[in-house]
Design a protein around this ligand. Structure first.
Ligand code: ATP
Ligand code: MG
Length: 414
C-alpha cells in the first residue's frame, strides 16, 4: 500500500498532496477535493480488508453509521469510495497532533486534561446513544487540534478490522487493529501498543458494550495524567496479564500534583469488572464537569484573594517595603501590579480613547493548552497584567520584560 505512488495523483476527484501518517489500518493522506474546493483527509484501508467481500460490506455499514455522527469532537466522515479496488474514507482534515504525540511521555496539565476528557466523554456519549461502540479508543485515535479541541477518529473501524482478521483465521473475534499477519501473543511493537488500551472483556474476546470504551478511555486518562501507560509489558501476553490481573501504579505516585478526585475518576474507569466501572459516558462526564467546576472556583478564589490583597495594599505598597510573610507572595506580586497600576493611572477614572490611539499588537504568546483567562492593560498602555494556568504575570509592554508569580499550590489545579 505504502509503495503505491499515490502522492501527486488524483483519485476520483481528490488530488493527493501529502502523506499524513499510517497506522495498522492503512495510510492517511491530505488531499484537495477539486469539486468542493476544500482540503480533506483520505484513509486507504489495507488490501486484505478490500479482498474480503463480507468485511467490505461491514466497512460500508460502519462508515455509514460513523458518518451519521455529527459532533464537534468527532472527526467527520464525508464519504467512502474505492480506487483500484481499494476502499477509502474521505474525512475532515485536522490540524494539530494526536494525543499520543501531545503526551510524549509527559503528563498533560490537569486543567487541559480535564477539558479534553470532557470533550471525549461527550463524543462517546453521542456515539453510544446511537449504538456505536468505538472499540479502539487510544491516544493515536484522539486528535488535539491547534485550537485545543479533542476529535475522536476511526469510529467503527476496529469492528471492521476485527471481522477481517476473524475471517482470516485470527483467534479472537473482537480484536482491534492488528496488522495483517501479526500474532497476538508474541508480536512486539505496534501490536503491543494496540492491545495496551483494550478492556479486560476485549482481551478475553467477549461481547463488548459501551463500557469497554470507558475502560479504554480510563487507560488514556491514566497516560495523560502520568505520561506512562497503565498496562505495559514486553509481549502482548504480558500486557494482557496486566490488564486482566494487575492494578497499575497509583497515578498520584507518578504525578504528585494530581487532584485526588481525578485519581478517583481514573480508578473508577479502570475497574476490571465492568459492573463496577462507569456505566455510561454521561456519568463519567458529570464527574469530570464537577471536578472542573470545583477547581475553577478554587482558581477564581485564588485570583480574587490575591486581587483583594493587591487592592488593599496597592497605593501604599512599594515593592521592597512589604513585609515578607508566609503565604503572602501573591499579595506582593499583586502589590507590584497595584504599584504599576498606581504609577500608570490604573486606578484613575477612565478617559475616553479616540480611534487614532489604538495600535493593535500581540502581547502574549500563550498556547492553546495554556490560554490567558484574564488580562488587564494599564490606561497608558505600558503594563499588561494577565493570568494563565501558570500563574499571574506583569509584563512591561515596551521591553517585554515579565515578572511572574506561580499560583500557590493550595489553589492550584494541577
Ligand atoms: P490505527 O490504524 O489503529 O487507527 P493509527 O491511529 O496510529 O492506527 P491512522 O488512523 O491510520 O493510524 O492514522 C495515522 C496518522 O494519520 C494519525 O496518527 C494522524 O497523525 C494522521 N491522521 C489520521 N487521520 C487524520 C485526519 N483526519 N486529519 C489529519 N491527520 C490525520
Ligand atoms: Mg487511527
Amino acid at each position: 500500500m505504502d509503495s503505491q505512488p499515490l502522492l501527486g495523483r488524483t483519485v476520483s476527484h481528490y488530488r493527493i498532496v501529502e502523506k499524513l501518517g499510517g497506522g495498522g489500518m492503512g495510510v492517511v493522506y491530505r488531499a484537495e477535493d477539486d469539486r468542493l474546493g476544500r482540503s480533506v483527509a483520505l484513509k486507504f484501508l489495507p488490501p486484505d480488508l478490500a479482498r474480503d467481500r463480507q468485511s467490505l460490506e461491514r466497512f460500508q455499514r460502519e462508515a455509514r453509521a460513523a458518518s451519521a455522527l455529527n459532533h464537534p469532537n468527532i472527526c467527520t466522515v464525508y464519504d467512502i469510495d474505492e480506487f483500484d479496488g481499494q476502499p477509502f474514507i474521505v474525512m475532515e482534515v485536522m490540524e494539530g497532533r494526536t494525543l499520543r504525540d501531545s503526551i510524549d511521555g509527559k503528563p498533560i496539565k490537569t486543567a487541559f486534561l480535564v477539558e479534553l476528557a470532557i470533550q471525549v466523554a461527550d463524543a462517546l456519549q453521542t456515539a453510544h446513544a446511537k449504538g456505536i461502540v468505538h472499540r479502539d479508543i487510544k491516544p493515536a485515535n484522539i486528535f488535539v487540534t491547534q485550537r485545543g479541541q479533542a476529535k475522536v477518529l476511526d469510529f467503527g473501524l476496529a469492528k471492521v478490522s476485527a471481522s477481517a482478521h476473524a475471517s482470516g483465521g485470527a483467534a479472537a473475534a473482537e480484536l482491534p487493529t492488528l496488522g495483517p499477519g501479526e500474532d497476538l501473543l508474541t508480536s512486539p511493537g505496534t501490536a503491543i501498543g494496540t492491545v495496551a488500551y483494550m478492556s479486560p472483556e476485549q482481551a478475553l474476546g467477549e461481547e463488548l458494550d459501551q463500557r469497554s470504551d470507558l475502560f479504554s478511555l480510563g487507560v488514556v486518562f491514566y497516560e495523560m495524567a502520568t505520561g506512562r501507560q497503565a498496562f505495559s509489558g514486553a509481549t502482548s501476553a504480558a500486557v494482557f496479564d496486566s490488564i486482566l490481573n494487575k492494578a497499575p501504579v497509583a497515578p498520584v505516585r507518578l504525578n504528585p500534583e494530581l487532584p485526588a478526585e481525578l485519581e478517583r475518576i481514573i480508578n473508577k474507569s479502570l475497574e476490571k469488572d465492568r459492573k463496577l466501572r462507569y456505566q455510561t459516558a454521561s456519568d463519567l462526564q458529570s464527574d469530570l464537569q464537577r471536578l472542573k467546576r470545583d477547581s475553577e472556583s478554587s482558581r477564581t478564589a485564588a485570583v480574587s484573594a490575591a486581587a483583594t490583597a493587591a487592592s488593599s495594599a496597592s497605593i501604599p505598597a512599594v515593592p521592597g517595603r512589604m513585609p515578607f510573610m508566609a503565604g503572602a507572595i501573591g499579595a506582593i506580586v499583586l502589590a507590584a501590579v497595584g504599584f504599576a497600576g498606581y504609577k500608570s493611572g490604573w486606578f484613575e477614572s477612565r478617559k475616553p480613547y479616540t480611534q487614532a490611539e489604538l495600535n493593535p499588537a500581540q502581547v502574549t504568546t500563550n498556547s492553546a493548552e495554556d490560554p490567558v483567562f484574564t488580562a488587564a492593560i494599564s490606561p497608558d498602555g505600558k503594563y499588561l497584567a494577565f493570568a494563565d494556568l501558570e500563574g499571574l504575570h506583569l509584563k512591561t509592554v515596551t521591553s517585554g520584560e515579565t515578572q511572574s508569580l506561580p499560583i500557590p499550590n493550595e489553589f492550584c489545579f494541577r
